[in-house]
Design a protein around this ligand. Structure first.
Ligand SMILES: C[S@@+](CC[C@H](N)C(=O)[O-])C[C@H]1O[C@@H](n2cnc3c(N)ncnc32)[C@H](O)[C@@H]1O
Length: 268
């Protein structure tokens, strides 16, 4: 995805909300992703916490009942619109968050400023990832924790296959757009950047889709898929393909591959 496309995709939270809604509605795992991710965090009473690419702040909305009282939390995103949504969504919460517009490749924080850095489903979007990882390592104190959520190569494969008759090499294109930091190649990048004790935790989950239109809305809210100039006839053909699958199998299953890297900044 080009930088222009990326900025359009995330200029506000509208498209992301449509995409998240598909997951929340049809996930097979009843335990929320954001609760699951939070379960893995080091919940020490006192910590300075930085989130990169916070989006509309769903992580904090879903875990507000258990954020340690001593945490000092800074939420950042490179999109002004996303930050506005995050601020709006957390306005009623009885705790303080600091919001800053920040590009993960250039962190305006002092060396060793944070105990914890979070980067959920965003590192694959960062063009100069080695630079971002070096920045994350720099702002973490020695021994600080880094948590990075991402997907695996097989994530939502059935969706790319469904769309291949219309978008040639759809799967390869999705990998080109989001394959730079994945389950299969993320640990090496973290180790190369100076993180130690890198461990992957798998979140077992799939989509069991029983309605056509939420998946069409997902497609229409994904800029890389909308690079194709869809005709109404083509979209209707996709609708018919999904409906036929649901009619035959009772459900259209899309397998997911998602999880979380937990890593520690080295002591040097
Ligand atoms: C898929 S969303 C994930 C949002 C949130 N972390 C979550 O898990 O719900 C990716 C987010 O990363 C942000 N983003 C993309 N590239 C970025 C960069 N270079 N620096 C900071 N934020 C970035 C986008 O604006 C978007 O909010």
């Amino acid at each position: 995805m080009s930088l222009t496309q990326l900025r359009q995709q995330y200029q506000n939270d509208q498209k992301l909300n449509v995409r998240i809604a598909l997951h929340q509605r049809f996930n097979t795992n009843p335990y929320s992703w954001y609760r699951w991710a939070f379960d893995h965090y080091d919940l020490s009473f006192d910590a300075r916490v930085l989130e990169l690419g916070c989006g509309p702040a769903d992580l904090w909305r879903e875990n507000v009942d258990r954020i340690p009282a001593g945490w000092d939390i800074t939420l950042t995103d490179f999109s002004e619109g996303m930050l506005a949504a995050a601020q709006h969504n957390l306005a009623e919460m009885e705790r303080t968050f600091t919001f800053r517009q920040v590009d993960a490749q250039d962190l305006p924080f002092a060396t060793g400023d944070f105990d914890i850095v979070l980067a959920n489903h965003m590192l694959y979007h960062v063009p100069d990832r080695p630079r971002a990882l070096a920045e994350i390592r720099r702002v973490l104190r020695p021994g600080g924790k880094f948590y990075a959520a991402t997907n695996g190569e097989q994530h939502m494969r059935e969706l790319w296959e469904l769309l291949t008759p219309y978008i040639p090499n759809c799967y390869a294109r999705s990998l080109a757009a989001a394959g730079g930091f994945m389950l299969e190649n993320g640990a090496t990048q973290l180790t190369d950047a100076g993180f130690v004790d890198v461990v992957w935790h798998d979140y077992p989950n799939n989509l069991a889709i029983t309605e056509v239109e939420p998946l069409i809305a997902y497609i229409q809210s994904t800029n890389t898929l909308m690079e194709h100039a869809w005709t109404e006839a083509e979209l209707d053909a996709v609708r018919a393909d999904i409906a036929a699958c649901i009619a035959t199998e009772g459900v259209f299953v899309i397998h997911k591959s998602t999880g979380l890297f937990v890593a520690q900044r080295d002591d040097r």
